[in-house]
Ligand binder design. Sequence first.
Ligand SMILES: Nc1nc2c(ncn2[C@@H]2O[C@H](COP(=O)(O)OP(=O)(O)O[C@H]3O[C@H](CO)[C@@H](O)[C@H](O)[C@@H]3O)[C@@H](O)[C@H]2O)c(=O)[nH]1
Ligand SMILES: [Mg+2]
Length: 192
Amino acid sequence: MEERVKIIEERSLSEGWFNLKEVIYDYTWFNGRVQRQSREVAKKGNYAGILLYNKEKRTVILTRQFRMPSYLNDTSDGFIVEACAGMLDDDAPEECAKREALEETGFKVKNIEKAFEAYTSPGTLSELAHLYVGAYEDDMKVSKGGGADEDEDIEVLEISFTQALEMIKTGEIKDAKTIMLLQYAQINELLN
Ligand SMILES: Nc1nc2c(ncn2[C@@H]2O[C@H](COP(=O)(O)OP(=O)(O)O[C@H]3O[C@H](CO)[C@@H](O)[C@H](O)[C@@H]3O)[C@@H](O)[C@H]2O)c(=O)[nH]1
Ligand SMILES: [Mg+2]
């Protein structure tokens, strides 16, 4: 098949925590028309996230932390309840998911399962999420969690699965990956 996209130029608009780029490209429509387009792209690495669950207790482990981008949205106080997640850095996604579980929640999980991959904001972010689920037991808690470095101030929550699902309805959980993972657990009856 003929290439539908030809990059003409990439300009860096900002080189900060992530790179903001303007990409100029020729895009061929379905009908063959070629149009020059420009899009701004927030470009950064991918991340892995994991929902920890305990079938016997019917509980899940979530985190709560301050997120400035959400705070800047008028609908939020900035404290966001999320499944734990973090940037891949140089790790493979599965290793990253385990590392983040340990750093953020203190649980050292062994066997985890890939749930799915997702672009959570494909019109803006290049970032792809690798999302996992993993069973935890109380004796896998080896540290208090809370984050890896001194800038991370992460609260660890152990809540009932029923309550977590209810929190989606009430709007207390608004993070997309967390909603998807909780619903994945529900659809696949992981806690039944
Ligand atoms: N100094 C500085 N620190 C930042 C910045 N942006 C984020 N951080 C901090 O750097 C740490 C990164 O921790 P990770 O656990 O690796 O990533 P994350 O913040 O949880 O975010 C990951 O998951 C999100 C989805 O929930 C993703 O949206 C995000 O891009 C990332 O992959 C966090 O403490 C975060 O607050 C920044 O611009 N400057
Ligand atoms: Mg994180």
